[in-house]
Ligand binder design. Structure first.
Ligand SMILES: *[C@@H]1O[C@H](CO)[C@@H](O)[C@H](O)[C@H]1NC(C)=O
Length: 379
């Protein structure tokens, strides 16, 4: 009798827990591939993927393999060399994220790679601005890195884009090697979006932000030209399209982070995804007086935690021990950074390279200086 009760209780608990496990599992899954940034060295990946031309999964570093979904593995197989570009892009995105957020309470902390366990931690299980930024940045980075790798000849299945044609001028023509943004965008849609399944708002949020990342790369493409002709005469110029510096993409996405749109799902957004329609869903602004998010906007639907106190359950480190700026009234200032807890001030001796001089050719020699610096850290 009592064992039956135990079973009933067990089943009830399971019924309560299972749906939760289902959603929790589904949430961070699309982002598992981010772990590729921490797996192996790019050089190893190059030699591996060129050495083994057979259609197997085995040429992949087991750590990389573990982070990819079936469709992503297929893409990596079909485009030899692309895995290196993806890994490079992911690494670049991580350092860009840390740069953009170095003065904020949430400073883009990352964890060491453990077989696809989430690189950015539990913030990804939420649906706040930070999550939106991470998705957009990672997607932008893959687009950027793959587009460049094509024009560098590092991917077997793509080359420079020679199709870029605008109206040519009197003294110039197209014809240079353009970064292959078409390939980069297409590949990112397939590879980065591969993990996003379902019809819920979470899925739409991720897809929107992934696409926003790509749009921020493609709209910053710039024309570059080179002169030909007798020394410096420039009788003819050849022009091509060049990717923006990734820093520009990071800066622009950071601006969108600050002005991100809180959204709800609208009923018309429930059209099933069939190819092109996938990017045509509708996200309504949470505040009906705001306008609908544009393609370049980042979207979220949960408010961010304040990141003040350490909370292991939410994966938040808190700001205790963070360096703050005593004179700034911004988010890096001690008031905001330390969340009103106060801060301590210490004078520390800092060892730096200084008085650097350039020696012909090509060496930079520096002295080692010890300077005293006043450092404020949050209590
Ligand atoms: C601290 O903030 C002030 C005002 O914003 C700024 O001028 C200064 O450069 C900052 N100091 C550091 C070390 O970042």
């Amino acid at each position: 009798m009592s064992s039956m009760r135990t079973t009933v209780v067990f089943v009830l608990v399971l019924m309560m827990v299972l749906p939760y496990l289902g959603t929790a599992k589904g949430r961070g899954r699309g982002s598992k591939w981010w772990g590729i940034a921490r797996a192996g060295e790019p050089n190893n990946l190059v030699s591996n993927s060129i050495k083994e031309n057979s259609i197997t999964n085995s040429y992949l570093d087991p750590d990389v393999h573990a982070t990819l979904r079936r469709k992503q593995r297929r893409l990596v197989r079909d485009h030899p060399g692309v895995v290196v570009a993806v890994a490079k892009g992911a690494k670049q995105a991580i350092s860009e994220c840390k740069h953009q957020f170095k003065n904020r309470r949430w400073n883009c902390p990352t964890k060491d790679f453990h077989r696809g366990r989430n690189l950015f931690g539990k913030i990804v299980d939420r649906a706040c601005r930070e999550t939106a930024f991470i998705y957009a940045l990672m997607s932008a980075a893959v687009t950027h890195s793959v587009s460049r790798a094509c024009s560098e000849g590092a991917i077997e299945s793509c080359t420079c884009d020679y199709s870029q044609r605008g109206p040519s001028g009197a003294d110039w023509e197209w014809g240079g090697c353009s970064d292959n943004i078409q390939f980069g965008v297409k590949f990112s849609r397939e590879f980065v979006d591969a993990g996003e399944k379902g019809r819920d708002i979470r899925y739409m949020m991720n897809l929107h932000n992934n696409e926003a990342g790509r749009v921020h790369v493609s709209t910053e493409m710039r024309q570059e030209c080179k002169c030909h002709g007798m020394s410096g005469s420039c009788t003819v110029r050849t022009c091509w399209m060049r990717l923006p510096f990734f820093r520009v993409v990071g800066d622009n996405l950071k601006d969108r982070f600050d002005g991100a749109s809180r959204v709800l799902i609208s009923n018309t957004g429930r059209t099933p995804g069939n190819g092109r329609k996938k990017y045509n869903y509708q996200l309504k602004p949470y505040n009906p007086e705001h306008k609908a998010p544009s393609k370049k906007d980042l979207v979220y639907y949960e408010n961010s935690p304040n990141f003040c106190e350490k909370n292991l359950k939410l994966g938040i480190a808190g700001t205790q021990g963070r360096v703050c700026n005593e004179t700034s009234i911004g988010v890096d200032g001690c008031d905001l950074m330390c969340c009103g807890r106060g801060y301590k001030t210490e004078v520390k001796e800092v060892v730096e390279r200084c008085a650097c001089t350039f020696h012909w050719c090509c060496e930079v020699k520096c002295k080692v200086c010890r300077t005293k610096k006043t450092i404020h850290t949050c209590l």
